[in-house]
Write a protein of this length. Sequence first.
Length: 154
Amino acid sequence: MRELLLPPGEHREAWALTTAGEPVVATAQRLLMPGGTDLVWSAIERVSWRRPQLLVVESNEVVGAGAHRVVDLVQEARGSDLPTVVRSRVTASVAWSRHERLQPSGGVRIVGRRQPGSETLAWQLVFDEGTPTADPLVRAHAEQLLLGARRSVG
């Protein structure tokens, strides 16, 4: 098993090993995965768990364009439920979310995510599949809705 060093001040909340014996560790601030992947919770759009696979989808403006990372977990530490902790942390990072219809077509989810160690939200546009994101009218409408959300939430 490869040793994993946690960033200073962070503590392991849950962990598991992959089929290759690599550690996967959740802290209060981030998910540390094999290959040096270090994702703060607000950088993860969604996760799913189907034993033995943990699917981690990184946030990206366009649905389906985020990196999909599948981790095969074979050994969880006793008393450590990594999939539950990961899902809970990703969900808790969402401070504000609303879906809007776009003109002339399509839709977008506007998401305000908590950033570790910061009071300000990171904002994301997650377009519905099939939304013509290259259309300048669609982009302008989405940006206008985002600006309105930022003004109303702060």
